[in-house]
Structure formats: C-alpha cells, structure tokens
Design a protein around this ligand. Structure first.
Ligand SMILES: Nc1ncnc2c1ncn2[C@@H]1O[C@H](COP(=O)(O)OP(=O)(O)O)[C@@H](O)[C@H]1O
Ligand SMILES: [Mg+2]
Length: 337
C-alpha cells in the first residue's frame, strides 16, 4: 500500500519523532510498501532530504523553546498543504506530543475520511490529558497515584500529598518539565518549570520502586518490560541515549504480576477508548502493588523503543509491527464508514 509517514513537527518531542519516523519509513519499505516521508514542519521530503537525515541522533536535551518557536513561525506548512493525502492509503502518525498526538490531527483526518494509524481523536485527547486519564482510570478501578492539579501561577499551592512528590505538566511526554520534589522549598520552582509546558500542572504522589511498561496491540497485551535506570525517574536522557537505561523484556516478575499488568494495561486501553496499539506505563511499589502512570497513544517507534521491544518479545518483529499497524488503520476505516 501507499503510506505517508508523518513525523517531526514542532512539539518538544520533535527530535524523538524524527528518530521514530526514520525507522518506521525503513521498516515499511522493508515490508514492501511505497512510502512518502512528511515532516509536518517542513513538508514532503525529497530522497536527498531523507539521506541527509540518516545521520540524525537524538541529543541529551529536547530542542529549546526558541528553536521550536522558529520552526513554528518559519515553516507553517500544514500537513494537508504538504502532500495530497487523499492519494495515500494510510497516514502513519509517528508524531509524539502536541497536535500530532493530542487528537487534533486525528480529528482533521477523520473529517477528511483519510485512514490513519492508532487511536482516533477521542482516545488521543483523553490519553494526552493526564488528569482526565487518571479520573477515567479511577472510575475503571485501575490504581493510579494520588494527585492534585494547580495552575502554573499557583506556586504556593496547598500541597495535600506530602513529600516526595512528582510535579509534571498535564499534557507533555518524554519526561519533559518533570521534577521530583523532596521538600517544600523545591515546590515553587518545580511548578514554574512544569508550567512552561502548558497551563495545567499535576502534583502526584511519588511511587518509589520499579518501572514497568506493557505494549498493547490489537486488544492484546504484549510482553511486560522493566526499565532499570540509575536515577529515580526515567528521564529524557535515559529514554533516548543508547545504554543509559537497561530494558529487560520480559520483565523478571512473577506470573501473577505479569497477568495483573496485562489485565490493567488492557483495562486502561479500553477505558480511554484507545485503538490499534498503545503503551501503558506502571510503577511497582516496594510492597509489589502496581500503579498506572499513563497511557501513550504514539509511543516511541524506533526498533529499540519500548513498544517495539514489547512486541518483539512477543514474537512480532519491527517491520511486521509497522505493517500490522497500517493494516489495522485500513480495516478500521473500512468498517467505520
Ligand atoms: N508518580 C510517580 N512516581 C514515580 N515516578 C514517576 C511518577 N510520575 C512520573 N514518574 C517518572 O517519570 C517518568 C515520566 O512520567 P510519565 O507520567 O510517564 O510522563 P511522560 O508522558 O513524560 O512519559 C516515568 O516513567 C517515571 O519514571
Ligand atoms: Mg511515560
């Protein structure tokens, strides 16, 4: 089939998305598809552009806000202006964060009748909003750490949760803008920092313990993975620098714990109305209790990213995974029309 892979864009996760997009493009070509590469901040890429990008590496830090502002102002190419999307069979969304993951692009594609990968606009919007996701998880009986919300200006908020505390933007990814706060003195700065990435800030009880994740594909849970890092949180650098984290698939946990993570992951996927695939992030506390942090509708999609590793450990290689994601998009479009 003919697939447009949309990636890059101008969210904080632009670099991560370029890494995902490039590998998805290769994988789809390997699986026999005709691929058009579209950076939504630049338009369709020529083969020279693509070749230049082959050396691309994610840096230690996300692009800074002025670089992103420049991309936004200097290249206002809309994804619709850049290519005749009606000519492709499927749009493969490899955009992380921002309007590519929060349901906006999904809504545009839905009203245009164009098949696209992953969740629809409703699920995307629900999953991107951590506060709403957690309310839905609670209603579905899924354990999620206690939290409260505040505005970025509310640096003297009455903290009802105690310390240690995680402070994070409500709708960001890649651990951007997130802080671990150990005492009251650190709270105002952490709130200001998270507030740079949106107008809602979440305070959440810190769950000391192990970091686990599970991929979901077509309503089935894949292998559970454990992420082992030196730091207390799985930060941007550990996520994207080779060797900075040890990722173990399948995780060394009991059969009962694996079954529980599968069940909770699927329950979150359904409760948030997610489609085709997702990845659900967990912490396991020192007593062995599980806590869901969030669900990701467009998780990292390089061959070494967590969802692809979760699939590989369940016997699904990366090109097959990308191919299957496209087929699920086509099937859905055919049944929903
Ligand atoms: N309540 C928490 N307790 C312990 N660690 C947390 C908590 N919230 C976030 N973290 C750490 O920060 C990382 C990123 O948080 P997450 O909520 O998954 O947001 P993101 O969308 O940035 O991935 C997690 O993988 C985990 O390591
Ligand atoms: Mg996460």
């Amino acid at each position: 089939m003919k697939v447009a892979v949309v990636f890059g864009g101008s969210s904080e996760e632009r670099d991560v998305s370029i890494a995902s997009g490039l590998q998805v493009i290769d994988a789809l070509r390997l699986a026999g598809h005709e691929v058009v590469a579209v950076d939504t901040a630049q338009g369709a890429l020529s083969s020279d552009d693509e070749r230049r990008l082959q050396q691309f590496q994610v840096l230690d830090l996300p692009p800074n806000s002025s670089a992103l502002a420049e991309i936004r102002s200097s290249s206002p190419v809309s994804v619709f202006g850049s290519i005749e999307l009606k000519e492709v069979d499927v749009v493969f969304i490899a955009l992380h964060g921002g309007s590519g993951e929060d349901g906006s692009l999904q809504a545009l594609l839905e009203v245009s009748g164009i098949a696209f990968t992953g969740s629809g606009h409703t699920g995307s919007t629900l999953a991107m909003d951590k506060d709403i996701s957690k309310r839905i998880m609670q209603a579905a009986g899924v354990p999620t750490p206690d939290w409260q919300m505040c505005s970025p200006a509310d640096t003297s908020v009455d903290n009802e949760l105690g310390y240690p505390l995680i402070v994070k933007p409500n709708a960001q990814g890649s651990t951007i803008g997130l802080s671990l706060v150990n005492e009251a003195g650190g709270l105002p700065d952490a709130i200001s920092k998270a507030g740079q990435f949106g107008d809602e800030v979440m305070l959440e009880k810190f769950i000391a313990g192990r970091e686990l994740t599970v991929g979901i594909l077509e309503d089935k849970a894949l292998a559970v993975g454990e992420i082992i890092v030196d730091s207390e949180v799985f930060d941007y650098r550990s996520k994207y620098q080779r060797g900075a984290a040890r990722e173990v698939f399948p995780a060394e946990i009991s059969t009962e714990q694996t079954a529980m993570i599968h069940a909770l992951g699927l329950r979150v996927h359904k409760a948030l109305k997610l489609k085709a695939f997702s990845r659900v992030d967990f912490r396991m506390d020192e007593s062995g209790a599980l806590w869901v942090l969030e669900a990701n509708t467009v998780p990292g999609l390089t061959a070494m990213s967590l969802l692809p590793q979760s699939a590989q450990a369940a016997g699904i290689e990366f090109p097959t995974l990308c191919d299957q994601i496209c087929r699920l998009a086509l099937n859905r479009n055919n049944t929903e029309k």
